[in-house]
Design a protein around this ligand. Structure first.
Ligand code: FO1
Length: 310
């Protein structure tokens, strides 16, 4: 019987791992549980940036240079919004907007985000099962010296320039895992935490009551380091580790997950940290993890699976 893999993931880094595993193991063996803490309602539409990055990456439509949105995009609608004095700081492309219109209409009719996401995946020819962590409202807020900011205001509007003093997952206590999430976490042979930001991508998923507990109750939970040589491939994680009081390295990330993970995948560049990671009670797996170029993903997916399932 083939192994099945569940991946907890955020946007870009997470979607690359999910893509790598789908290429290496086959999409029908992979489920992705995605972050909705950075969802935002703007211009009347519901945007789920992380779920969309996963969808677009797997459909091989992602604009890889921006790291979000679709390639071959145009921005006529956004130019009109700007001209008319609407909110235009969040760069919504025309094709991307089409997806948001379809999603928003269905959410307004009362359908759950998980059902809408499953249909969007099917329509885009994506074989991986993509589940939002929750169908309920969960929003990430970031504490900064300028006050508490909603995630996209901090990340996009203010270009994540404000140092992060704390993170809060609004509404998390009242959220339930989306239909299918706990089953996937119970039944998957292995659960992987993607190389995503532990505070604003993985954190909101673990904050949904029942998800963290189900990881603690099972074995075979592995995490892939989002820091390589102390730096994130993209994004503000290294600085956040420091301002939140953690060592900005793969070792620092391993400490965040040590109480419920049993395996930690770190990049070959960080091989010297393997001994320290072992001291935390985690089995270190050292392999290539940088999946920026789509052509590298199948082989990296194979190496991660071999190391983790090993
Ligand atoms: N990120 C940006 O840095 N600037 C943008 O204008 C922007 C627009 C955008 C539109 C749709 C979408 O799905 C994602 C978008 N992102 C943008 C990325 C988004 O902010 C993600 O939440 C972050 O990259 C964190 O994962």
């Amino acid at each position: 019987v083939a192994d099945t893999i569940a991946v907890l993931c955020g946007g870009l880094g997470g979607s690359r791992l999910v893509h790598a595993l789908a290429l290496a193991a086959g999409p029908d063996r992979v489920s992705a549980i995605g972050n909705v803490g950075d969802d935002i309602e703007l211009l009347g539409v519901h945007i789920s940036p992380d779920l969309d990055t996963v969808l677009y990456t797997l459909a091989e439509l992602l604009d890889e240079s921006r790291g979000w949105g679709v390639s071959d995009e145009s921005f006529a609608a956004l130019r009109q919004v700007e001209l008319l004095g609407g909110e235009s700081w969040f760069t919504l492309g025309d094709r991307d907007l089409g997806l948001h219109l379809v999603r928003t209409e269905r959410l307004r009719r009362g359908e759950p985000l998980s059902a809408v996401t499953a249909d969007l995946a099917r329509a885009l020819g994506v074989g991986v099962r993509i589940l939002p962590a929750t169908d309920d409202r969960l929003r990430t807020y970031v504490e900064t010296d300028a006050g508490e900011l909603d995630f996209q205001t901090w990340f996009v509007r203010r270009r994540h320039a404000d140092p992060v003093r704390g993170v809060r997952y609004e509404g998390a206590e009242a959220c339930r895992p989306a239909q299918g999430v706990l089953e996937v976490l119970l039944e998957a042979d292995t659960v992987l935490l993607a190389p995503s930001n532990p505070f604003v991508s993985i954190g909101p998923i673990l904050a949904v009551p029942g998800i963290r507990e189900s990881l603690e109750a099972r074995g075979r939970v592995a995490a892939v380091s989002p820091l390589v040589g102390g730096e994130a491939i993209r994004g503000p994680l290294a600085g956040m580790m420091e301002t939140l009081g953690h060592e900005p390295s793969a070792l620092g990330v391993a400490r965040l997950y040590a109480d419920f993970a049993d395996t930690f995948v770190l990049d070959v560049a960080d091989a010297p940290l393997a001994g320290r990671i072992e001291e935390l009670g985690l089995r270190p797996v050292v392999c290539e993890t940088v999946m920026v170029a789509p052509g590298t993903r199948r082989e990296i997916g194979r190496q991660v699976l071999e190391g983790v399932l090993g």
